[in-house]
Design a protein around this ligand. Structure first.
Ligand code: PLP
Ligand code: TYF
Length: 400
């Protein structure tokens, strides 16, 4: 009976790492998956994480099950980090927060909530978006459609297209927005554009659904990266926000994140939370504790919290500096006068190079630079020593 099951295709992002491993070329470079690397291209465990883990070991924490909703201290810390502790949504207890299995699991739980309580409602996702968004909504049986986002002509935001597609969607749709550092494009709306996006969403009675996978990692400031979410919250809108600590605390494998549902009353938030727990119970029963304790310890300890902010600035700063160096190298080598400044305007871990599929294939086949076929490169996997080589590869691939 299992004989009839066919082979699943490899994941377009995680499959890149597999191909990279198999390559033996000395100049090979893995710019596929979005994971932070040091200047020596090694994975990085944050010092604050090690310190928090030492504290946890010393205090002799047990391994009892968490409640379905997760670690209470984590849920409080994560919502306050997102909205700000003095935000009225927190003060009025209007946020239902449940610990999730990182960003992905939190999005999946929100999708299950939509499927159950808003049957038939559509989720609008940006074109393009993080590939797993489509998988998540497909598996949750939530219908989705795309809104225009990326304009290949300018390698920038198609703002008018975005606004008119959000306007054209059926009233009461969910609009998935990347809180900061849009994946895969690295192109974010400006603060003025965010205001207009909030206007049309409000006008159409849509429900904003934020995916926040890079708070503090994009600009280096936790507050700045949360400003889009806080703008919507300040208007008294109901909203969904999925959070992840994979990137900003480097806790990829700990699977720590949360889903927050901002409701119009504390009473509604209590009811929504009870339903989120009801959805989680048959899926995974309760979430893992280790990552939750790390986050709660780091955020709850003023010394560690400040150290975390410094380390985040360091990581964001390293990415910004290779972004600048890559741009400088490309400009110095390219004699055509082409404007490459979009590389500098992009934010976060990724750069959308504007390379098409054939050009991206050339990057991999000829230059051993591994990247996704949509032209995205993860700058977090680039060292300043490799910028010149990458610039050669990009120019060769772009013009051939
Ligand atoms: N959402 C976006 C836009 C992402 O880029 C990522 C990770 O790359 C995630 C969610 C979820 O990652 P995780 O499940 O590791 O938190
Ligand atoms: O590079 C990206 O966009 C992500 C990385 O469980 C990732 O896809 C990898 C594994 C995972 C979640 C995100």
């Amino acid at each position: 009976r299992f004989e009839s099951i066919t082979m699943a295709p490899p994941d377009p992002i995680l499959g890149v790492s597999e191909a990279f491993k198999a390559d033996t070329h000395e100049m090979k470079l893995n710019l596929g998956v979005g994971a932070y690397r040091t200047e020596d291209l090694q994975p990085y465990v944050l010092n604050v994480v090690k310190k928090a883990e030492n504290l946890m070991l010393e205090s002799g924490e047990n391994k009892e099950y968490l409640p379905i909703e997760g670690l209470v201290a984590f849920n409080k810390a994560t919502a306050e980090l997102l909205f700000g502790a003095d935000n009225s949504v927190i003060q009025q207890q209007r946020v239902a927060t449940v610990q999730g299995l990182s960003g992905t699991g939190s999005l999946r739980l929100a999708a299950a909530l939509i499927e159950r309580y808003f049957p038939g409602a559509k989720v609008l996702i940006s074109s393009p978006t993080w590939g797993n968004h489509k998988n998540i909504f497909n598996d949750a049986k939530v219908p989705w459609s795309e809104y225009r986002y990326y304009d290949p002509k300018t390698v920038g935001l198609d703002f008018d297209g975005m606004i008119s597609d959000i306007k054209a969607a059926p009233e009461g749709s969910f609009v998935l927005l990347h809180g900061c550092a849009h994946n895969p494009t690295g192109i974010d709306p400006t603060p003025e554009q965010w205001v207009k996006i909030a206007d049309v969403i409000e006008e159409k009675n849509h429900i904003p659904f934020f995916d926040v996978a890079y708070q503090g990692f994009a600009s280096g400031s936790l507050d700045e990266d949360a400003s889009s979410v806080r703008l919507f919250a300040s208007r008294g809108m109901e909203l969904l926000v999925a959070q992840s600590y994979s990137k900003n605390l480097g806790l990829y494998a700990e699977r720590i994140g949360a889903i927050n549902v901002v409701c119009s009353s504390a009473d509604a938030a209590t009811r929504v939370k009870s339903q989120l727990k009801r959805l989680a119970r048959p899926m995974y029963s309760n979430p893992p504790v280790h990552g939750a304790r790390i986050v709660a310890n780091v955020v709850g300890n003023p010394v560690l919290f400040n150290e975390w902010k410094e380390e985040m600035k360091m990581m964001a700063g390293r990415i910004k500096s290779v972004r600048q160096k890559l741009y400088d190298s490309i400009c110095a080598k390219d004699k055509t006068g082409k404007d490459w400044s979009y590389i500098l305007k992009q934010i976060g871990m990724f750069s959308f190079t504007g390379l098409n599929k054939a050009q991206s294939d050339n990057m991999t086949n000829k230059w051993h630079v591994y990247m996704t076929k949509d032209g995205r490169i993860s700058l977090a996997g680039l060292s300043s020593a490799k910028c010149e080589y990458l610039a050669d590869a990009i120019i060769d691939s772009f013009y051939n």
